[in-house]
Design a protein around this ligand. Structure first.
Ligand code: GLU
Length: 497
């Protein structure tokens, strides 16, 4: 019998989704699309203390940005809703299961207060024992429960005290065995009536007919507990697969220390969703161990759980930047111009004082082909840094005016000769300028690289810039001549004894 694939992404709205978290969403989405199954979004907001305002929107925005549309869930509905756990709690869904587990002897009420639990933990620490609930409410008799009626209570699961190992048959990791003696009597329902993650997750995965639970490796220790719950509720468990961890380049768990960790930060830093999608998909999955640039349709076509690895994936920002550059260069020219214009615009709005040559769409269309090879992101600052010398009257000469190995005198003479030649030209197109200036190097007994380097520095203020003559053509006759004249004056001042 073939089962329909139904997978879910079940984030908690506790902050902006981490890239690792969205990688989980992405793998679930890919698996659903690859198999023709359903991708379900469920919001796990039962830990009310940890809810962060705006986090829900950030989850939706992250998924929208990467084009990970869900088939069932908030905003779109579906046959097994609601898909937000606090709404399900209000319907009494988890309470019902908790009551049933107590009734059938799989769970019990526990009245221990925070202070008692704290005390218990301290004593265990002192005895160098692992901290865990000592099960003191487990043997309470009916009469003993009766006298505690009205006291705040939680529902705890009766974990087997001993017995055979609990084996998780993990799709990615193979069999992983857990000794039941290491599991404590975990809480199912809190005193405020909210379920814990364990209860809510199992109840909902069952209710929503989830076929495969694909989640991060950090949840693996929860899985034996979930299996015990499925058993107690006499439900068939879904299949489980735990995705590999994500490390920074230093092989430590990815954290703020490594830079941005929220998916939306990457959006705001000017990364393209296509590039981020490709990059995240390769964090733990590979097509063939070598192909890096994989179009989305191919990912959907070839994605398989067999090719999801066990060992940690490395989040390498340099690789992401490279990949983003590849995707940027693949953008249709018009789209790239629009995106660049948008990025520049947002920079310009905040730094009006820096712009002396406001870019018209036509001017930008001429600039884009020149900078696009060097572009890594659409980050406004980066775009500005690449293009700024096109948008000011005079560039900054932070790198000086003399190319390496050339004396200021020689540079000044070379620029003077250049100015004279360019002034005399009728046409200011790249080919004409190049034809006129190439012979000059020889006449001045300079290498072409030296002469062109001097011109580049004078016109752009940089040693590395787009192709020289195309740049001159776009900067335009008037400004090029003014910059050359300005540079000559500066050099004269510097060389005056
Ligand atoms: N709410 C959990 C999280 O925030 C979901 C874990 C799971 O997928 O079971 O990641």
């Amino acid at each position: 019998m073939t089962t329909t694939v139904r997978v879910r992404y079940a984030p908690s709205p506790t902050g902006e989704p981490h890239v690792g978290n969205i990688r989980t969403a992405l793998f679930n989405w890919l698996y659903a699309r690859h198999t023709g199954g359903a991708f379900i979004l469920r919001i796990e907001d039962t830990d009310q203390q940890r809810i962060v305002e705006g986090a829900l929107e950030a989850i939706y925005d992250s998924l929208d940005w990467l084009g990970l549309a869900w088939d069932e869930g908030p905003r779109v509905g579906g046959p097994y809703g609601p898909y937000i756990q606090s709404e399900r709690k209000a319907m009494g869904i988890y309470q019902e299961q908790a009551d049933q587990l107590v009734r059938e002897g799989h769970a019990y009420y526990c009245y221990c207060t925070q202070e008692e639990l704290e005390q218990m933990r301290k004593e265990q620490q002192r005895r160098k024992e692992p901290p865990r609930y000592d099960r003191r409410c487990r043997p309470l008799t009916d009469a003993e429960h009766k006298v505690r009626e009205g006291k705040p209570k939680v529902v705890r699961f009766k974990t087997p005290l001993a017995g055979d190992p609990i084996t998780v048959h993990d799709i990615i990791r193979g069999d992983v065995a857990f000794d039941p003696a290491t599991l404590d009597d975990f809480v199912l329902l809190k005193s405020d009536g909210f379920p814990t993650y364990h209860l809510a997750c199992v109840v909902d995965d069952h209710a929503m007919h989830i076929s495969h639970v694909l989640r991060a490796e950090e949840w693996l220790p929860s899985t034996p507990r979930h299996l015990l719950l499925y058993q107690a509720l006499a439900w068939d468990p879904p299949l489980f697969g735990h995705m590999p961890m994500i490390f920074g380049p230093d092989r430590a768990k990815l954290s703020k220390r490594h830079g941005a960790t929220s998916t939306l930060e990457y959006r705001d830093q000017g990364f393209l969703p296509e590039a981020m999608f490709n990059f995240l998909a390769l964090l733990g999955w590979s097509l063939d161990d070598k192909t890096e640039i994989i179009p989305r349709e191919d990912m959907v076509r070839y994605f398989s759980l067999e090719r999801v690895g066990k060992s940690p994936a490395i989040f390498d920002r340099t690789k992401l930047e490279w990949m983003n550059g590849v995707y940027l260069r693949q953008l249709p020219q018009d789209k790239l111009v629009n995106q660049l214009a948008e990025a520049l615009d947002s920079y310009i709005q905040k730094h009006q004082e820096l712009v002396q040559v406001p870019p018209s769409p036509d001017y930008l269309r001429a600039v884009v082909p020149l900078v696009q090879e060097r572009l890594k992101t659409l980050n406004p600052q980066e775009v500005w840094d690449l293009c700024s010398f096109f948008l000011v009257e005079l560039p900054e000469y932070g790198e000086g005016l003399t190319p390496k190995g050339m004396a200021p005198e020689v540079t000044r003479a070379a620029l003077q000769a250049t100015l004279a030649i360019l002034q005399a030209l009728d046409s200011f197109d790249a080919a004409t300028m190049e034809a006129a200036l190439r012979p000059l190097a020889e006449r001045l007994q300079l290498k072409t690289g030296q002469l062109f380097g001097a011109i580049r520095l004078a016109v752009t203020g940089r040693t590395a810039a787009p192709p020289l003559f195309d740049t001159l053509a776009v900067v335009g006759r008037e400004r090029v001549l003014a910059r050359l004249a300005g540079a000559i004056t500066k050099l004269s001042d510097e060389t005056r004894p």
